[in-house]
Design a protein around this ligand. Sequence first.
Ligand SMILES: [Fe+2]
Ligand SMILES: [Fe+2]
Length: 439
Amino acid sequence: MKSVETGTTVKVLVVDDEENILRAISRLLMDEDLDVMTATSGEEALRILGSNRDVGLIVSDQRMPGLTGVDFLEKAREIAPDTIRIMLTGYADVNAAIDAINRGGAYRYVAKPWKDEELVQIIREAAQRFCLIQENRRLSEMLRQKNEELRNWNAQLEFFVQKQTREIQKNNEELQLLNKRLKQNFQNSIIAFSGLIELRDSAVRNHSRNVAEVSRKAAESLGLPGAEIETITVASLLHDIGKIGIPDVLLRKELGGMSPEELKEYRLHPVRGQAAIDSIEDLREAGILIRHHHESYDGSGFPDRLRGDRIPLGSRIIGMADAVDKAIGSLYGDNAIQVALKSVKDGLGSRFDPALYRHIKASAEETYAEVMIKTDVVELELHPDNLQAGMIISRDVYSGTGLLLLSKGLRLNEKNIQAIRRYYRIDPSRSGVFVMVKR
Ligand SMILES: [Fe+2]
Ligand SMILES: [Fe+2]
């Protein structure tokens, strides 16, 4: 029998003071794969054990001169604790057998005279047991080592993972920063673009930004998703970018004063606007909203004569915000917003979506309250000779005798300026005419 641990044959030490018994047992084990050693006394056996600590099995007689079998096993146990010990004892020697088990840590005891088959079987089993224990120990040790390795690996892995995580986090932060900067640049470019059209005509200064502000607030109050609000804002800023191709003369005309050809030219600007930004992928959604900002709710608008909900929601919002800002125009004074909103309200159901009105109204009131403060509108008292067309009357105008000539809020034209000048010659008032002008 081979020990798995060492790969060597299991050593068996047989101890008996009677040589013929030693010979008999040796003969008995001749065919077994065991390395048999013999000793004729406990003392001799201890010496052998001293230089052969890998002995797997001890078979010892109890009755021997000098050391008894029990005493010998007890000492052998101290020298080689892993060795399997078997005691040979006479029938009468029950106490010795018990001692052998208790003190000597014997695995079994075998009564003399033994049956050969039985003794061989017991020794075979004991040798197997020794091998099993050794194997078990080897595996346990291997397991312990593997566990130790695993623990080290784990510790290293955790270190690397933490290190990687820190690096990824750092990269992420840098990316986010870059992204933010890119987005900011993009937004700045759009604002710059939107300013291009307004450079040509100071009368429409801030038009795109006002429309964007009202549209954005309305989209927010409708509870639209963030991405959609952004698209609507961008589209508002660029909604009239297609007007860049329209001649200045035409741009300054009121819609009603355009010839059919001019109207046709003017009506191209939503499609031109969409085409202008179509090559920028991120702006394509906004391009669709730009295309439809002049569609009417009743289907009478342009360019595609879309009707009702077929018109993109963003386009319906921008269309209304656009109309509010156009109506406000250069109106100043407390009721300018309300006058502008009234004109939009009149178009509900025909030009505009009635469901959006309250959102546009609230957004416009909030936006223009801010705009009015920002634009620094001032009231001036002017002599009638200094009045100009387009100025807004900020206080009712009376003649010297108290006749109401013009109401507050009216926009002056050449005709009523001439009228005031006439009245001021005939029936002069003590004060000038109060008008609102931008500082
Ligand atoms: Fe437009
Ligand atoms: Fe516009």
